[in-house]
Design a protein around this ligand. Structure first.
Ligand SMILES: Cc1ncc(COP(=O)(O)O)c(C=O)c1O
Length: 347
C-alpha cells in the first residue's frame, strides 16, 4: 500500500488491439509534442469533461507528468526564482525546483485546512514569490481545492504576478458531486499538468500532457526535442484508445471509493482516526504518532516484520511528516483487508 500505482489494468479489448498492432507495425519517433491525433483527442477530452474548447496548439504530450513538471518549471522560471509549494506535498516538486537552482518556499498546511492551500494562505505569500504549484486532488492527502477557491487562488496569484502551475493528475479520480474544473478554464495563462498514469491506469506507459498558451507549448517543443525526442509512440497509440473506455475507468474509481471506506473502517478498528477524509486521488494520510514517534521507523519495522509497505510521511513533509504515514488504496480490497489484519496482530 505504499506505491501510488493503480492495481487495475487497461480493458482487455484494448490490450488485444495493442497486441495485434505490435505484431504488425514498427513504432518510430513521433512529433516532439506528440501525435496530432492524440493531441486532438486530449482536446476532445476537455470538451466532454470540462466543456471547454482547447486547440491542439495548447497541448503538449509529455513523457509522464514528471517530465511535464520538469519542463514547465524550466521554461517558466529563472535560476534563483522562488516557487511556492504546499507541505505536505508531492516530493518531486521540491526536488525538481532545487535541481533547477530555484528556491523552494514551503506553505505549511494543517489538518484544520484539510492539508490544502486556502485563499488566505495564498494571500499571505511574500512578495518575492514567482511561482506556485497547486495540486488538487493532492498527493499525499487526496484533499481538494473546490472550484470557487481555485478561481480565487488564481485571481490572487494574478494580482501578485505569481505564475500558477496546476497539477491535475488526479482529476476524475474524485468522490464528490461537484466535479473539479480545470484551472485552464479559469485562466488560460495557468499551466496545467496531467497524465495518463492515474485515472487511465497507464503508469508504466510514461505518458502525460501539458496545457499552456501557444508560445509556451512552442518552448516545450524545443525542450522535448532535445530531452527525449518524442513521447513513447507505442504508449501514444494506446492512449489514443483509452478515451473510448470512460465507463471502465469510472468503475475503477468507484472501486477506490469502496476501498477508501473499507480502509477508513479498518483503521478505526486499529484506533487510528486522525486523518482528513480524501475527496479524490487514492491516498489516506494518517497521524500515527500515538503508535510510534517516528513513522519512518514504523514503516521500516512493519515491512521487515509483516511485509506491509506504507509510505513514511517524511517523504512528503520534511518538517512534520514523521508523525504520518500515507496509505494507498488503489490496490485490491483483499490486500487492504489482509494488511489491516496483519497490522492489528503486529500492533
Ligand atoms: C501529484 C503527482 N504529480 C505527478 C506525478 C507523476 O506522475 P507521472 O510521471 O507518472 O505521470 C505523480 C505520481 O505519483 C503525482 O502523485
Amino acid at each position: 500500500m505504499a506505491l501510488g500505482e493503480p492495481s487495475a489494468n487497461l480493458p482487455n479489448e484494448l490490450l488485444e488491439n495493442l497486441k495485434n498492432k505490435i505484431l504488425k507495425e514498427k513504432f518510430s519517433y513521433t512529433e516532439s509534442l506528440g501525435i496530432s491525433s492524440l493531441r486532438k483527442k486530449i482536446c476532445d477530452h476537455y470538451k466532454l469533461n470540462y466543456k471547454i474548447n482547447i486547440s491542439i496548439e495548447n497541448v503538449a504530450v509529455t513523457a509522464g507528468a514528471s517530465a511535464g513538471i520538469f519542463m514547465s518549471l524550466l521554461c517558466s522560471f529563472d535560476k534563483g526564482n522562488s516557487i511556492a509549494i504546499s507541505r505536505p506535498g508531492y516530493p518531486a516538486y521540491k526536488n525538481i525546483v532545487k535541481a533547477l537552482d530555484m528556491k523552494v518556499y514551503y506553505i505549511d498546511t494543517s489538518k484544520e485546512d484539510n492539508f490544502q492551500l486556502t485563499v488566505d494562505l495564498v494571500k499571505s505569500l511574500p512578495a518575492n514569490i514567482n511561482g506556485l504549484i497547486v495540486s488538487s486532488p493532492s498527493n499525499p492527502c487526496g484533499t481538494i481545492i473546490n472550484n470557487h477557491d481555485m478561481k480565487e487562488i488564481i485571481e490572487v496569484c494574478k494580482s501578485k504576478k505569481i505564475k500558477v502551475i496546476s497539477d491535475e493528475i488526479y482529476h476524475k479520480v474524485e468522490y464528490q458531486k461537484e466535479k473539479l474544473t480545470t484551472a485552464f478554464k479559469i485562466d488560460n495563462e495557468v499551466l496545467v499538468i496531467n497524465s495518463f498514469s492515474k485515472y487511465f491506469l497507464m503508469t508504466g506507459y510514461r505518458l502525460g500532457w501539458i496545457l499552456g498558451d501557444k508560445d509556451f507549448i512552442d518552448k516545450i517543443r524545443n525542450i522535448a526535442m532535445n530531452f527525449y525526442l518524442s513521447p513513447s509512440s507505442i504508449s501514444q497509440y494506446v492512449a489514443e484508445h483509452v478515451f473510448n473506455y470512460y465507463d471502465y475507468f469510472d468503475n475503477v474509481v468507484l472501486s477506490y471509493l469502496d476501498n477508501r471506506n473499507y480502509l477508513i473502517n479498518g483503521l478505526k478498528k486499529l484506533g487510528l482516526t486522525d486523518f482528513v477524509i480524501p475527496k479524490g486521488a487514492f491516498y489516506l494520510y494518517v497521524d500515527i504518532s500515538k503508535l510510534k514517534k517516528n513513522s519512518y521507523y514504523l514503516c521500516k519495522k512493519m515491512v521487515q516484520d509483516i511485509g506491509v509497505t506504507l509510505a513514511p510521511g517524511i517523504d512528503f513533509d520534511n518538517n512534520n511528516g514523521k508523525n504520518y504515514v500515507r496509505l494507498s488504496y488503489a490496490c485490491h480490497k483483499k490486500e487492504i483487508a489482509d494488511s489491516i489484519n496483519l497490522i492489528k496482530e503486529w500492533i
